[in-house]
Design a protein around this ligand. Sequence first.
Ligand code: TXA
Ligand code: MG
Length: 313
Amino acid sequence: MGRTEHLQGDDSGIVRAAELLSEGRLIALPTETVYGLAGDARNDRAVARIFDAKGRPSFNPLIVHLADAGAARALVDWSDAAEMLATAFWPGPLTLVLPLKDGHGLSPLVTAGLDTVAIRVPAHPLAQVVLRAFGGPVAAPSANPSGRISPTTAAHVLAGLDGRIDAVLDGGPCTVGLESTIVGLAGTPTLLRPGGIPAEAIEAAFGAPLAQHDGTAITAPGQLGSHYAPGARVRLNATQADPGEVLIGFGPMECDLNLSRAGDLVEAAANLFHHLHDADRPGIAGIAVAPIPQHGLGVAINDRLRRAAAPRG
Ligand code: TXA
Ligand code: MG
């Protein structure tokens, strides 16, 4: 990628930021918590590029940012609990995990194939206007390379990601400086990640205590029991299909579905969950997957494939 544009938080910066999002490109977007590495959550390529830019070794599910609670209701099964917490804390540093509605239109890379999604309505005025100007859901993890500290200024973002993203929109220092609190509402209301809003404040608004999540599963969401795994057996490093298998290929080869005929790892990541779903037909002997190079996004693709192929309990 070329130069990273440094956009000011004025009208032209806002217009440019929304335009880049519409083109499937990546911008660092200021929020009140930390700067987010933002891309169109419906665009597989854009979401694959988020993981590529961060150098993430696995596909963790990402938070989807929306302009208001109305946009959330269109995406997820809304509930009384969601209504209560959204009324109390949105816009603001609270993320809710809720069941996805049919026809949600999000890239499966955003949710790592889960049937729930993490959503939040940020309070930062620039995040608000960009989300409204763009008019769609925006996936955004913190705008830092994987394993580094979350950025709370545009300078922090550039220190880690200059040349790896299309633009940074400068909104000055983040006021909260800590990621959002995540509450799971797909089952028993559960504190999934402590963050910008104290759990006590959420419990007070909710009128009941939140269940506590086992911390290990939060840092490794790929190990959650509900994580998507195909129904069919998955065989890795396959060079050809055994009888009855569906072969998912990579690079120029004969196969049923190809992650990227051109051998492009960003394209392969964008196609990964779609192809696993498409291959997972009833009655097949299994899904065979060609070897994927272990560099760049290939590391995350292989991590995901190993989980899909792991013996089930
Ligand atoms: O403050 C924030 O939340 C920042 C700013 C940019 O908004 N964003 C952020 O996003 O921290 P991210 O993608 O780094 O956080 C994702 C967290 C992970 O811990 C992930 O496990 C959890 O959200 N998560 C996402 N989807 C989930 C789901 N469906 N179920 C459970 N946890 C989920
Ligand atoms: Mg982060």
